[in-house]
Design a protein. Structure first.
Length: 414
């Protein structure tokens, strides 16, 4: 099985898919799956742009809407996690994961799925210590505070991932696990990004939550993005323990290192995305303490014995099958000839996929509970020569260093 991994998408699906097709042609290979490490920007219409936290000059429709509408179909099964530049209102509809468009699957705020017999896990968002132990209190339409906090990683979702016991083959996070630079050529990194050095020395470059998950899950592969550069590391988990190959990738721009293809041993296809039995059991068990307000979950009252829950999920999957529920459009799609921003259907809706999954698991729908007040608080043209090159922190600017903008290594605006 050949899996392509991409860094920050920034809504530029057309050029990423074009690059993969070019790679297949020149290398005479077949790519089975695309993974995206965040900043996917699944913007369906003008309303979604209002929940996208980017500077005004970057607030653009880009190309996802064509795949949402069906005007274009993703040529590869695509799985993505969220970053810090997302249509957050849409991803909230799909909190537990689901089809964002035909053949394009959102892994959820946290999630695990199977692709063939390959197990893929991921954590959306970026780490921010101020919000980590809060609940999911943000609801659309977002204000100036919640549009920035909604994508911050929460302890609840990390704790769910910490319950995973069966091996994960690939894990995705948007920001890097803190301390990962110890295992790679960080001196070369700071030659390219000199403003990272202080945060590396102070152990502030990256996510503490992701580091905990790396230590617990020990996957063979871990991919990230966010810092707009390529960086590799090899983590040895204890003396003689398993190895994790870590790779961070750049954003989608000509002559940048934003794509990598790996080859894994896998059972023969056809390959499809399926629900993961263990993850559904964890989701069902944790649902009773879902923190829908600013108050964190009460983990002390949670019964973590999973065997009965696992058997129940197993029997349900045998009855129904493990394919995710089908994609459903929930809002009008962007039309260049008219505006839909004032449509009553343009706002946040209950997504039928989420409703069906919760009904399947016999769980109540909690995502639109009214929360308590929280804390105060263009397509890029590519040439064939550009395509050929692909073959061979709070408040970072969305421009990167090559554009002359000085960045922080804790990117919220990358």
């Amino acid at each position: 099985m050949r899996i392509a991994v991409e860094g920050c998408m920034h809504g530029d699906l057309d050029n990423v898919y074009k690059a993969l097709q070019y790679m297949e042609q020149v290398q005479n290979i077949k790519i089975d799956l695309l993974l995206c490490c965040g900043d996917f920007q699944a913007v369906r219409n003008e309303y979604d742009l209002k929940s996208l936290n980017v500077p005004p000059k970057y607030r653009a429709m880009n190309s996802f809407w064509k795949y949402y509408s069906g005007a274009e179909i993703a040529p590869y099964p695509t799985i993505f996690i969220g970053g810090n530049h997302e249509a957050s209102n849409y991803l909230w509809e799909l909190y537990y994961g689901g089809w964002a468009a035909p053949n394009i699957y959102f892994l959820g705020v946290a999630g695990v799925v199977k692709f063939g017999n390959i197990r893929i896990g991921g954590l959306s968002g970026i780490y921010n210590a101020r919000h980590y132990r809060l609940g999911h209190y943000e609801r659309p339409p977002y204000n100036e505070d919640t549009i920035r906090s909604v994508y911050h990683v929460r302890e609840y979702d990390v704790q769910k991932l910490m319950q995973v016991e069966e091996p994960i083959d690939i894990f995705l996070s948007h920001d890097w696990p803190v301390g990962i630079t110890d295992y790679g050529n960080w001196k070369q990194l700071v030659k390219f990004k000199p403003f990272f050095e202080k945060e590396i020395q102070e152990r502030r470059l990256g996510s503490k939550a992701a580091a905990e998950l790396l230590e617990k899950l020990k996957p063979p592969y871990w991919f990230s993005a966010h810092l707009h550069c390529k960086f590799a590391a090899l983590v040895q988990h204890g003396e003689g323990g398993p190895l994790t190959k870590f790779l961070a990738l750049d954003k989608c721009l000509p002559k940048r290192k934003f794509l990598q293809v790996i080859e894994l041993e896998a059972e023969p296809g056809p390959y499809e995305i399926h629900y993961d039995e263990e993850w559904l059991a964890i989701t069902r068990r944790f649902h009773e303490i879902f923190p829908s307000t600013a108050k964190n979950a009460n983990y002390g009252n949670l019964r973590l014995q999973m065997q009965d829950c696992r058997q129940w999920v197993q029997s349900r999957l045998k009855e129904r099958g493990a394919k995710p529920f089908e994609f459903v459009m929930t809002v009008p799609c962007y039309d260049p000839s008219r505006s839909v921003s004032n449509s009553p259907l343009a706002g946040c809706n209950r997504n039928p996929q989420t409703e069906s999954l919760l009904k399947f698991l016999e769980l109540p729908y909690l995502l639109d509970d009214i929360s308590e007040s929280g804390p105060s608080g263009s397509s890029i043209p590519f040439s064939d020569s550009d395509l050929g090159s692909f073959v061979n922190s709070e408040d970072i600017q969305i421009d990167d260093i090559d554009d002359g903008d000085e960045e922080s290594a804790e990117p919220e605006d990358a």
